[in-house]
Design a protein around this ligand. Structure first.
Ligand code: SF4
Length: 226
């Protein structure tokens, strides 16, 4: 089993719904503009902007960028306390209580997907109840990132077990895939030929970011049709 994601750039409109859904699902801190200006924005799913061509034929396009959950993740190799690792299903995970906040992993990640948490978790009155109880709230001073909504996966596995059956495609979705109104994000087991991500990941339009680095990302983009 190797969890992965396909993002179809032909379908993606850059609406940002996946970014918002990820923030809400994972209790990611909302940062004031002043803090953002200091580079302290926290996003587990970011929206990248790419400029193509030159004015007046300039084209601007945005596309979502979660953690790539690399098969050869540079971040796990540099962590001095093994607070980040790749699990047996290919998900690159963080162990928050173990993290000492050195940020080596942030420096090593070529996709800049990791965020340092500068904030003590606090909520305005009445807002605490809106936090997702299934996702741990990170303490100040640790590094955090997209987990492929591993808490949803865990729940789906437990449900399948109590039903006495194997996990099926569609038993769980990441929050970003579920929220995308264009159906541009598909999540599943890259090794399972019955999962949609399997043939999509082998499409002639498939490409990975910074492929030359040998990180083997498990987030695959489908190029736009010319
Ligand atoms: S910031 Fe935390 S997870 Fe990252 S390398 Fe340092 S200890 Fe490891």
């Amino acid at each position: 089993m190797k969890w992965g994601m396909v993002i179809d750039l032909q379908k993606c409109t850059g609406c940002g719904e996946c970014v918002a859904a990820c923030k809400l699902e994972n209790n990611v801190a909302i940062v004031a503009p002043k803090e953002s200006e200091m580079g302290r924005t926290m996003l587990w799913m970011d929206m990248l902007t790419v400029y193509e061509g030159e004015y007046p034929r300039l084209r601007v396009r945005q596309f979502p960028r979660p953690c790539m959950h690399c098969d050869h993740p540079p971040c796990t190799k540099v962590c001095p306390v093994r607070a980040t690792y790749k699990n047996e299903e290919g998900i690159v995970a963080q162990i928050y209580p173990q993290c000492i906040g050195c940020r080596y992993c942030m420096a090593a990640c070529p996709y800049t997907v990791k965020s340092f948490n500068w904030y003590k978790p606090e909520w305005a009155p009445g807002i605490r109840e809106t936090a997702n109880p299934d996702v741990s709230v990170r303490p100040v001073g640790v590094v955090e990132k997209c987990t492929f909504c591993v808490h949803r996966l865990q729940k789906a596995k437990e449900q399948a077990k109590s039903d006495g059956r194997n996990l099926r495609e569609g038993d769980f979705q990441t929050a970003c895939a579920e929220s995308c109104p264009a159906g541009a994000i598909v999540f599943g087991d890259l090794e399972n030929t019955s999962h949609r991500v399997n043939p999509l990941s082998r499409s002639p339009r498939a490409m990975r970011l910074l492929e030359d680095l040998g990180t083997e990302p498990k987030v695959i983009y489908l190029k736009e049709v010319d």
